[in-house]
Design a protein around this ligand. Structure first.
Ligand SMILES: Nc1ncnc2c1ncn2[C@@H]1O[C@H](COP(=O)(O)OP(=O)(O)OP(=O)(O)O)[C@@H](O)[C@H]1O
Ligand SMILES: [Mg+2]
Length: 609
């Protein structure tokens, strides 16, 4: 029930509408119950063609005999009237009561809407904030679709099942209690009989709902897998078609889809049982009641009109009870969704910040890696193994090595996308884990191996969260990245959209925009994961020149593939299978005739520089 308590915490922000909702509900229940005694004279007039004579209560007015006074005044008021007139009056009264009942019903719903939507809105915001706050490693072994389904389906489930049922969970018991009180007033014996029958029904239904929550969790998980599948297939659609993998993917999709259908059937079968079951039990109870009640009427213990009103009150109980049972089912189902949302909200943060992290405003001396070792979650082999390296401020270090040697991983460690497994990374002598994370990130710009663009305009992709950028600054950055000319050729220039993930642009164009984004920030530390291809040799040269200019006098760590970048670096670090095998300048390493020499000779064969 921990989840439920937390939901209640969320509700705290909506005290006023919630209070108004409860009040309206209470009034609605009140008018529903009031309409019961008002109907008795109605039946009386029908069955006996006349009303009973008003009898003045013997005792003075008190709370306990308020009803007798009410009845007396009511009957005295109707006493002088004609039959038809009295009937008309009672019709008006009943219409008025039902009007009020429904008015407050609407008011209850009216005030519930902002609560429902507000809680869902808050949940979504919390989830999104949480997703942005999670460290990169959290997403390595997560399915995107599963996260998406928590975001959409689970939140919807919470709304549809829990919040919608909240209304019923409050109102229906009120109605049940009110009607029960009325029934008690008419005949305690019959009421006890009804009460026991209802209790038995509730127990039976409750038993079935036990399993529902567990099954619902499986349903949501399966849906997550399904969505992951679709998401991956859409983003990889070209590869799917090129390799004619449609059949293969269809086969796998069908499997998951079939399983989804299977578990969903099970959940629906169980849930749908509640309504027919409770109706069947309801009618059984009614028949028993008729039988038992009729005996009382025949014996003259209660009047027939009172019994009819009692029956009506009983019907007022059946529906709310049924609704309440349904609400209970729904809440169980919604709880599964809430649980999955909470798993994400409460997931441990693997990259905690220190209590009072050191501020970091300037990189004066440089970066030092000391015996850095790093393993990815669940990996057998360390991706980085005992690497020690010094990067002086204002110099460029090129990381070279074969594919999979750990270059990108090392760059990610410096940016603190991951934390080292052992060893330390120091910035001006301070462990990066002791630095204020936002300061660290502000100090650097990262251009990743695959450029990442968002579905927005070119301009906004360059500014991207860097608040106060003027148009001139954006253009200057774009010019340095050799992107300005092609941007001007697009239909709306800097205001052109780039499409989902930038798919309206070519690979090289995306890269240059990502570069402009980094240049605009003019960061003290530049981390660049050079793309292996994507640029034609013409624009490659221009980007190369831009890069040289950007890196001049700036601390840069560049994962380098191009010979020109490598040669110009102040220091070259050669990685092999996660280990640092050599470090030094181009000339030093060439003289050594070691790994680097071999690497360059291989490169030169394929490189025109
Ligand atoms: N997110 C990850 N989870 C688990 N293992 C990973 C992950 N990313 C990379 N690896 C593994 O870590 C090793 C180093 O990868 P890395 O991406 O650093 O190589 P790289 O030198 O940048 O290669 P390339 O030149 O091809 O980009 C590889 O063996 C790779 O399989
Ligand atoms: Mg890489």
């Amino acid at each position: 029930m921990g989840s439920f308590l937390r939901l209640v915490t969320l509700l705290k922000n909506y005290k006023l509408p919630l209070a108004l909702h409860m009040m309206s509900n209470l009034l609605m229940a009140l008018f529903t119950v009031f309409s019961l005694p008002a109907i008795i004279p109605f039946f009386q007039l029908f069955l006996n063609q006349e009303l009973s004579q008003p009898v003045r209560p013997e005792e003075p007015f008190a709370f306990s005999n308020a009803d007798e006074y009410l009845k007396f005044h009511f009957l005295s008021w109707l006493d002088g009237m004609e039959q038809a007139e009295a009937m008309l009056m009672m019709c008006f009264i009943i219409i008025a009561l039902f009007f009020l009942k429904n008015f407050f019903h609407y008011m209850a719903l009216f005030f519930l809407a902002p609560v429902r939507n507000g809680v869902v809105h808050d949940l979504r915001s919390m989830l999104f904030d949480r997703i942005l706050a999670m460290p990169v490693s959290y997403f390595d072994d997560k399915q995107k679709g599963d996260l998406m389904s928590r975001f959409s389906m689970d939140v919807m489930e919470v709304e549809n099942s829990i919040l919608k049922s909240l209304e019923k969970a409050v109102r229906e018991p009120l109605l049940v209690v009110g009607s029960l009180l009325f029934m008690l007033y008419i005949s305690p014996g019959l009421t006890l009989f009804v009460f026991i029958l209802i209790l038995v029904t509730a127990l039976i239904i409750g038993g079935i709902s036990q399993q529902l929550k567990k099954k619902s969790t499986i349903v949501q998980q399966t849906l997550g897998r399904l969505l992951s599948f679709v998401e991956e297939s859409i983003s990889g659609i070209k590869v799917v078609k090129a390799f004619r993998a449609e059949g293969f993917l269809q086969g796998r999709f069908r499997e998951v889809n079939k399983y989804y259908k299977y578990v969903l059937n099970r959940v629906l079968w169980r849930r749908d049982l509640s309504s027919p079951l409770s109706e069947f039990m309801g009618i059984t109870v009614v028949c028993m009641l008729f039988y038992v009640g009729a005996q009382s009427v025949f014996r003259g213990e209660i009047s027939s009109e009172a019994f009819l009103a009692f029956l009506l009150a009983f019907f007022y109980i059946i529906n709310p009870s049924k609704n309440f049972a349904n609400a209970y089912y729904s809440i169980q189902k919604g709880m599964a969704g809430l649980q999955r949302i909470e798993d994400l909200l409460l997931a441990p943060d693997h990259m905690p910040e220190k209590g009072n992290p050191a501020p970091f405003k300037e990189l004066k001396k440089g970066i030092r890696l000391e015996n850095v070792t790093f393993e990815y979650n669940g990996a057998e082999r360390a991706a980085i193994n005992n690497v020690s390296l010094e990067v002086k401020a204002g110099t460029t270090t090129a990381l070279v090595g074969r594919s999979g040697s750990g270059k990108s991983t090392l760059a990610d460690l410096v940016a603190r996308f991951y934390d080292v497994s052992s060893g330390r990374i120091l910035m001006d002598g301070v462990d990066v884990r002791d630095l204020k994370l936002s300061d660290l990130r502000k100090m650097m710009a990262v251009v990743s191996q695959e450029p990442v663009l968002f579905n927005d305009t070119i301009k906004n992709n360059i500014i991207f969260g860097y608040g106060e950028a003027s148009m001139e600054a954006v253009e200057r950055a774009a010019k340095m990245a050799n992107a300005h000319d092609f941007i001007m050729e697009t239909s709306d220039g800097y205001e052109s959209g780039v499409g989902d993930r930038g798919n309206l642009l070519s690979g090289g164009q995306k890269q240059r925009i990502a570069l402009a984004r980094a240049i605009l920030r003019d960061p003290p530390l530049l981390i660049l994961d050079e793309a292996t291809s994507a640029l034609d040799s013409e624009s490659e040269k221009l980007v190369q020149k831009a890069l040289e200019e950007v890196m001049r006098g700036r601390t840069s760590i560049v994962v380098a593939h191009r010979l020109s970048t490598i040669k110009n670096a102040d220091q070259i670090a050669v990685l092999s299978e996660g280990e640092l095998v050599e470090a030094g300048s181009h000339n030093e390493l060439m003289d050594k005739r070691g790994e680097y020499y071999k690497f360059i000779n291989l490169q030169s064969l394929s490189d025109s520089d």
